[in-house]
Ligand binder design. Structure first.
Ligand code: MG
Length: 254
């Protein structure tokens, strides 16, 4: 959506604030021995206690064969996105755990993700996470009114190149606001000066996803989880932002 009404902007800011603190809270629970279902329960409680509504629970995008059965996506190591929480899935030492969460507040949607390491992290894992954070920061800087979606993709790609990592471009960012996902698609790759123009007030989720190996992914038999084809680890960092004249305002911050 292109947010124009100040009431909508206030609700988007509040949605983002609740989401950022929910993610921060869930991240403190990530440690070896914890099930991913426990993280999902904690996320749902936090969101509902704050007066917000989970956006991913029972979400069924066009083309899906089943509704997403949880509040939180937890994608570990070679799982790229949309991992389904489970009592049986126990986090182990050194896992790269991507937490992706969406919610609505007074009908306005927000979407964000972080990747954290369970226990002690190896140097390559730390570097992979840091690269996605740096890519997101670079993308936010160019997400200003009059620029184009290709500027965002180019900024993300440049950081991946610097770190010698691969960009997953089958998945990427998107607009949102009155619904959890809408056009335009905000690719993680692109050429500066091309693509859709970013208008002032446009709400977009920007979500660089990098892998340590090749960028190819496939859909698991659970019909939700995407994994890397070569089994290499991936990480993602995501913010929902509002495009302004001077760069993006990050909505999903505490
Ligand atoms: Mg997300």
């Amino acid at each position: 959506m292109i947010a124009k009404k100040s009431e909508d902007i206030q609700n988007l800011r509040e949605a983002g604030k609740i989401l950022a603190s929910a993610l921060q809270h869930v991240a403190t629970l990530v440690r070896p021995g914890v099930s991913t279902a426990k993280l999902d329960v904690a996320a749902e409680k936090y969101i509902r206690d704050a007066g917000a509504v989970p956006a991913f629970l029972n979400y069924m995008p066009d083309g899906a064969t089943s509704a997403f059965p949880a509040v939180l996506c937890v994608s570990i190591n070679d799982e790229v996105v949309h991992g389904i929480p489970s009592e049986e899935r126990i986090i182990t030492q050194g896992d790269l755990v991507m937490l992706d969460l969406g919610l609505s507040y007074n009908g306005l949607f927000s979407d964000a993700a972080i990747t954290v390491c369970a226990g002690a992290c190896d140097e390559k894992g730390t570097r992979l996470i840091k690269a996605t954070q740096e890519a997101l920061a670079a993308a936010i800087e160019v997400a200003k009114a009059g620029n184009r979606t290709g500027d965002i993709g180019a900024a993300i790609e440049a950081v991946a190149k610097k770190y010698n990592l691969s960009v997953v471009d089958e998945l990427g960012g998107h607009s949102l606001g009155l619904v959890p996902h809408e056009k335009p698609f905000v690719s993680n790759t692109g050429k500066a000066g091309t693509g859709e123009i970013l208008s002032e007030g446009l709400i977009i989720a920007i979500e660089p996803i990098f892998t340590e190996g090749k960028p190819d992914i496939f859909l698991d038999s659970d019909e939700w989880t995407y994994r890397t084809e070569d089994g290499s680890r991936s990480a993602e960092t995501e913010h929902t932002v509002m495009v302004t004249k001077d760069g993006a305002e990050v909505l999903t911050r505490v």
